[in-house]
Design a protein around this ligand. Structure first.
Ligand code: ZN
Length: 156
């Protein structure tokens, strides 16, 4: 095959790095995060980070306590920092039957169900909904918990 000078230049500029590095924008990468909650209304982490190259995040919440979900339930809800108060109050209104998350709440990026002691729950979500530079928070929406159970979620 004969290539023009321009075509060769284009391959040199674009083609070779793409071949060497692959196509990061399209390569799927599942990143796993873990967090736990206890009977003292505490998460074990005040901050969670994911790399900018993660396309999907699987978050697993474990309840390390002994109390049941009805009295010491925990969930993990990801929101923009500015939406935290609204999501917590809407969750309270939604009640236990909805895992304290308003149905189809556009402010909720991802959430697990509410669990009790000894249980765990996971949620997998795409990072395409997240923007670098935006401040995100996670919280427990069980009544009265968000003041003690929240943290910063960061894209590196
Ligand atoms: Zn909780």
């Amino acid at each position: 095959m004969r290539l023009t000078r321009n075509a060769l230049a284009a391959i040199a500029l674009i083609g070779v790095p793409a071949l060497l590095l692959g196509t990061p924008a399209q390569a799927a990468k599942l990143c796993k995060l873990e967090i736990s909650g206890n009977d003292m209304i505490q998460y074990d982490k005040k901050q969670l980070k994911v790399g900018a190259d993660c396309t999907q995040v699987k978050l697993t919440l474990t309840h390390t306590g002994k109390l049941p979900a009805a009295s010491m339930g925990h969930d993990w809800v990801l929101v923009k920092a500015d939406d935290m108060t609204a999501v917590a109050s809407d969750g309270l209104a939604a009640g236990a039957a909805n895992d304290y998350v308003k149905k189809d709440d556009a402010h909720v990026i991802a959430h697990t169900k509410v669990i009790g002691g000894g249980e765990s729950a996971s949620v997998t979500f795409a990072t395409s909904a997240l923007k670098k530079g935006q401040s995100y928070k996670y919280l427990c929406t069980f009544p009265g918990h968000n003041a003690l159970m929240s943290g910063d979620f960061t894209i590196e």
